[in-house]
Ligand binder design. Structure first.
Ligand code: FAD
Ligand code: NAI
Length: 475
C-alpha cells in the first residue's frame, strides 16, 4: 500500500491548489515545499506569494498612491502639502501581506486534510518520493500519483551577472531598502515594466534596456503602442534594440555597456541594475535515476495536453511545463490534474488565459491579437472604445487607453479582447468568461452593463464592432 494517494512537489500557485483539490476529492495527499526566504524563514506559496505576484502588487499599489497624491490630488481639490514616502513602512506593509497570505495557505492545506511538509522533494523510480526536511532528516514515501510543480527561476544574463546587491533579480528589486537614484532595468517585459514603474513612481531615474526592436512583442501592437506612449510620458526611459555587452560593479555603482538599435556602442551608469529577461523552469535535484520523466532541451518537464509526463501517474503543472508562466495557468492545470486523478472530468482552456500587466494604465488581454488574426487569414472586424468617453473613467481621472474587441466576420465570434486603461485586469474577466462560453459580439452587445462603470467600455467596444456604439461616433 502506498503512503499517499498523491504527493505534490512544490507548494506554489500550481502545487498548493493541486493538493487542496486532491484533498477535497477525498484523497490522501502530501505537499512538499522547500521555499526559504532571505531571512531563513520557510513558507508555502512559492514565487507568486513570496517574491512575485503579491509583493509586486503591494508595491505597485503603494507607489501608485504616492504618485497620485503628488500628481493628481490637487486636481480633485485636495491639498496635502509636501508628500513623502517612508520606504521602510511601505516594505513592512508588503511583508505583512505576504506573511498573512502564505500563512493562509498552510491553513487551507490543513483544512483540506493535506499533510504539509517543508523541505526538498525528489522523485525516485517507481513513484517513490525522497523527502529531505530542512533539518536534514530523510524519509522515503510511496505514492499512487506524483505531481511535479517545481516552478521557475529568473534567467541569468552572462554579461550582467547577479551579485545580490547591485545587480539583482526581481526578488532583489522587491526588497530595495531605499529608492535608487539611478535604476537600470534589463528587459522591458512584464517584470521590467511593473518594477520599473514602482521605482520610477517613487523617484528613481529609470532606464530600461530591451533587446528586441519591438515593444511588448507578445501583445496586440495597437495596445503596445498606446502603452509605450504612457510609459514614456511617465518618464520611463525605454531604449529598444539595446543589447547589453557588459555590466560591472565599480564601487557602489554599476557600469553598463550596450549597443543601441543603430549598433553604436553606449554606456550607462546606474546605482542598481535589475535583470529581468525572462524565467526558466526549475527542476534542480528534482528527478532521480530511472523515473521516466523527460525534460526537454529548454529545461521544461515534457507533458501532454493533460499534464501527463512520460512516466505512469506522474504529472507536472505550472511554470515547470510549457505554456505561459502565470499563476492562474498553473492553478488551473493543478486543479485539473487533481480532478483527473480522482477520475473526474477536467479541462483547461489554453485559448482563454488572460494576461495582465499591472502598470498604470493597466494592460490586459485574452485571445488573439489583431496581428495574429490577420495572419490567420480569417476576416474580422474590430470595435474599440476610448476610456476618455467613459463617464466613470473621467470621474476617476483615468480617461486613458481603450477597450478593443476583435470579432470574426463570418460567425461574429469574439477572437480577442485587448484593454489598456483603468482596472483593465478586472475588466478582462468579463471577456474571458465571454470567450469561455464562445460568445459572439452580439452576446456582449445585448448584455446590460451598469452605468456608470468602466465595463461599459467593453460593451461599447462590442457595439462599435458593428458600428452601433452609442456613446461615441462610429467610424
Ligand atoms: P513557483 O511559484 O515557482 O513555486 C514552486 C515552488 O516549488 C517553490 O516554492 C519552490 O521552492 C518549490 N520547489 C521547487 N523544487 C522543489 C523540490 N524539489 N522540492 C520541494 N519544493 C520545491 N503571475 C501572475 O499570474 N500574475 C502576476 O501578477 C505575477 N507577477 C509576478 C511578479 C514577479 C516579480 C514574478 C517573479 C513572477 C510573477 N508572476 C505572476 C509569475 C508567477 O509568480 C508564476 O507563474 C507562478 O509563481 C508559478 O507557479 P508555480 O507553482 O508553477 O511555481
Ligand atoms: P518577459 O518574458 O515578460 O520579458 C523579458 C524581456 O526581456 C523581453 O521583452 C525580452 O525581449 C527581453 N530580453 C531578453 N533577453 C534580453 C537581453 N539580453 N537584453 C535585454 N532584453 C532582453 O520576462 P520577465 O519580465 O522576466 O518575467 C518573467 C515571467 O514572469 C513573465 O513572462 C510572466 O510570465 C511572469 N510575470 C507575470 C506578471 C503578470 O502576470 N503581471 C508579472 C511579472 C512576471
Amino acid at each position: 500500500m502506498s503512503d499517499f494517494d498523491v504527493i505534490v512537489i512544490g507548494g506554489g500557485p500550481a502545487g498548493y491548489p493541486t493538493a487542496i483539490r486532491a484533498g477535497q476529492n477525498g484523497l490522501k495527499v502530501a505537499c512538499i515545499d522547500e521555499w526559504k526566504n532571505y531571512d531563513g524563514s520557510t513558507a508555502f506559496g512559492g514565487t507568486c506569494l513570496n517574491a512575485g505576484c503579491i509583493p509586486s502588487k503591494a508595491l505597485l499599489e503603494s507607489s501608485e498612491l504616492f504618485h497620485r497624491a503628488q500628481a493628481e490630488f490637487a486636481t480633485h481639490g485636495i491639498k496635502t502639502g509636501a508628500v513623502a514616502i517612508d520606504i521602510a513602512a511601505m516594505q513592512k506593509r508588503k511583508a505583512g501581506i505576504v506573511k498573512t497570505m502564505t500563512g493562509g495557505i498552510v491553513q487551507l492545506l490543513k483544512a483540506a486534510g493535506v499533510t504539509a511538509l517543508q523541505g526538498h522533494g525528489k522523485l525516485l523510480a517507481g513513484r517513490q518520493v525522497q523527502f529531505t526536511a530542512h533539518d536534514g532528516g530523510v524519509k522515503v514515501f510511496t505514492a499512487k500519483h506524483v505531481v511535479l510543480a517545481s516552478g521557475s527561476q529568473p534567467m541569468p544574463l552572462k554579461t550582467a551577472p547577479f551579485d545580490g546587491k547591485h545587480v539583482v533579480d526581481s526578488w532583489g528589486a522587491l526588497e530595495f531598502a531605499s529608492v535608487p537614484k539611478r535604476l537600470g532595468v534589463i528587459g522591458a517585459g512584464v517584470i521590467g515594466l511593473e518594477l520599473g514603474s514602482v521605482w520610477r513612481r517613487l523617484g528613481a531615474d529609470v532606464v530600461v534596456l530591451e533587446a528586441m526592436p519591438a515593444f511588448l512583442a507578445m501583445a496586440d501592437q495597437q495596445l503596445a503602442k498606446e502603452a509605450l506612449k504612457h510609459f514614456k510620458k511617465q518618464g520611463l526611459d525605454l531604449r529598444l534594440g539595446a543589447k547589453v555587452t557588459a555590466a560591472s560593479v565599480k564601487g557602489d555603482v554599476v557600469e553598463v555597456s550596450y549597443t543601441d538599435a543603430a549598433g553604436a556602442a553606449q554606456s550607462l551608469t546606474v546605482d542598481r541594475l535589475i535583470v529581468c529577461i525572462g524565467r526558466r523552469p526549475y527542476t534542480g535535484n528534482l528527478l532521480g535515476e530511472g523515473t521516466g520523466v523527460i525534460v526537454d532541451e529548454r529545461g521544461f518537464i515534457k507533458v501532454d495536453e493533460h499534464c501527463r509526463t512520460d512516466a505512469d501517474n506522474v504529472w507536472a503543472v505550472g511554470d515547470c511545463v510549457r505554456g505561459p508562466m502565470l499563476a492562474h495557468k498553473g492553478k488551473e492545470e493543478g486543479v485539473a490534474v487533481a480532478d483527473r486523478i480522482a477520475g473526474l472530468y477536467a479541462h483547461v482552456n489554453y485559448d482563454a488565459i488572460p494576461s495582465v500587466v499591472y502598470t498604470a494604465p493597466e494592460i490586459a488581454w485574452v485571445g488573439a491579437t489583431e496581428e495574429q488574426v490577420k495572419a490567420s487569414g480569417r476576416e474580422y472586424k474590430v470595435g474599440s472604445f476610448p476610456f476618455l468617453a467613459s463617464g466613470r473613467a473621467r470621474a476617476m481621472e483615468a480617461g486613458q487607453g481603450f477597450a478593443k474587441v476583435i470579432v470574426a466576420k463570418d460567425d461574429d465570434q469574439i477572437l480577442g479582447v485587448h484593454i489598456i486603461g483603468p482596472m483593465a485586469g478586472e475588466l478582462i474577466a468579463e471577456a474571458v468568461l465571454a470567450m469561455e462560453y464562445s460568445a459572439s459580439a452580439e452576446d456582449l452587445q445585448r448584455t446590460i452593463h451598469a452605468h456608470p462603470t468602466l465595463s461599459e467600455a467593453l460593451h461599447e467596444a462590442a457595439l462599435a464592432a458593428d458600428k452601433r456604439a452609442i456613446d461615441m461616433p462610429n467610424r
